[in-house]
Design a protein around this ligand. Structure first.
Ligand SMILES: *[C@@H]1O[C@H](CO)[C@@H](O)[C@H](O)[C@H]1NC(C)=O
Length: 322
């Protein structure tokens, strides 16, 4: 179990290292020997300056992370049976990916599958509970052949491409684009610090904002409005409320498997400040659809001294205990 957890943590760090804004450290990696290749695998990538002048292009690796728009071409020199590309944009963006110039052997067992979200260690983000589509619709397989489905627009700022190719010389190109998302629901933070306001505009749905670092988090506001104003009637407490905010923590990415740290109801007067030494901290807002729900928070990664302090008083934090 310990080994699995460490591996999961390393995998998260591995992914997040590639996002050039990373400033905090990944605690579990500090004392491990990591080859230079591990770090140099993902150099910061240049941003595209003008939208149509040219596209950034580079080769795609079997395990890769893409956080910029551009064209990414995979060319196999040997069989690659288990490859994955993690795609990521800003929380206020949607990511789309087009698969083209494909030279693979679908009938020989090769595949390219785009997933609407991320999958790690069998866990999914967004969780099946919070995603607008049923699970089977979140997988789009290139080899199914419907050309209209060669461009997949994800429902949030993260998506993923799995692929397998058996013969040398097989190749394909991914074109990754970012789009403005007017009402972002689920998102993974690209950065270990920032601030965010999540709004659910009178819809019956639940949204999660996930931060894949141990963090100090401040929730400054949680409000319910209708047509921009506060509800007149007195709201019940959390227990009966259909509208509330949960702070969740744990070591996987599936928000439905995380443990609740605290619930905030409409009686919340804020601000609340917490330090959470989990690999994944999530702010999840549950909305009945009766109100315009809004939650605002800011966060930053915990430093190693803060983590040490929490570890020493580990009653405070269950992520070190489980
Ligand atoms: C939102 O989450 C709540 C509690 O976790 C659940 O009872 C409700 O069914 C969910 N709503 C939707 C639309 O998924």
């Amino acid at each position: 179990m310990r080994v699995m957890e460490r591996t999961f943590r390393e995998q998260l760090c591995f992914l997040l290292l590639s996002v050039s804004v990373l400033r905090g450290g990944c605690r579990s990696l500090e004392n491990n020997e990591i080859s230079n290749e591990f770090y140099s695998l993902f150099n910061p990538e240049p941003r595209r300056d003008s939208p149509d002048a040219f596209m950034y292009r580079r080769a795609l690796r079997c395990m890769d992370m893409v956080a910029v728009e551009g064209q990414f071409t995979f060319t196999a020199e040997t069989p690659h049976l288990s490859c994955a590309t993690f795609l990521m944009a800003e929380p206020s963006e949607l990511i789309s990916v087009e698969v083209d110039r494909v030279d693979i052997d679908c009938s020989g067992g090769d595949f390219i599958t785009v997933f609407d979200g991320w999958v790690m260690k069998g866990e999914k983000f967004p969780s099946s509970q919070d995603h607008p589509l049923p699970l089977y619709e979140r997988y789009v397989d290139y080899c199914d052949g419907a050309p209209a489905r060669r461009t997949v627009r994800a429902s949030q700022n993260v998506a993923m491409v799995f692929f397998r190719v058996h013969s040398a010389g097989s190749s394909f190109t991914l074109t990754v684009r970012k789009h403005v998302n007017l009402f972002p629901c689920n998102a993974i933070s690209q950065s270990p610090e920032g601030s965010y306001t999540m709004v659910i505009p009178q819809q019956r749905r639940n949204c999660s904002f996930s931060i894949l670092y141990p963090v100090a988090i401040d929730i400054s506001e949680f409000s319910l409005g209708r047509h921009g104003s506060f509800p007149k009637r007195k709201m019940p407490g959390c227990a009966e409320s259909e509208d509330f905010v949960q702070l969740l923590g744990g070591n996987g990415i599936d928000t439905s498997k995380l443990l609740p740290i605290t619930d905030l109801c409409v009686s919340f007067t804020g601000p609340t400040h917490m330090k959470i030494a989990c690999d994944n901290t999530v702010v999840r807002m549950v909305s009945s659809g009766s109100f315009v729900s809004r939650v605002s928070f800011s966060y930053r990664a915990l430093d190693s001294q803060e983590l040490q302090t929490i570890k020493l008083n580990n009653v405070e934090d269950f992520c070190f205990n489980n």
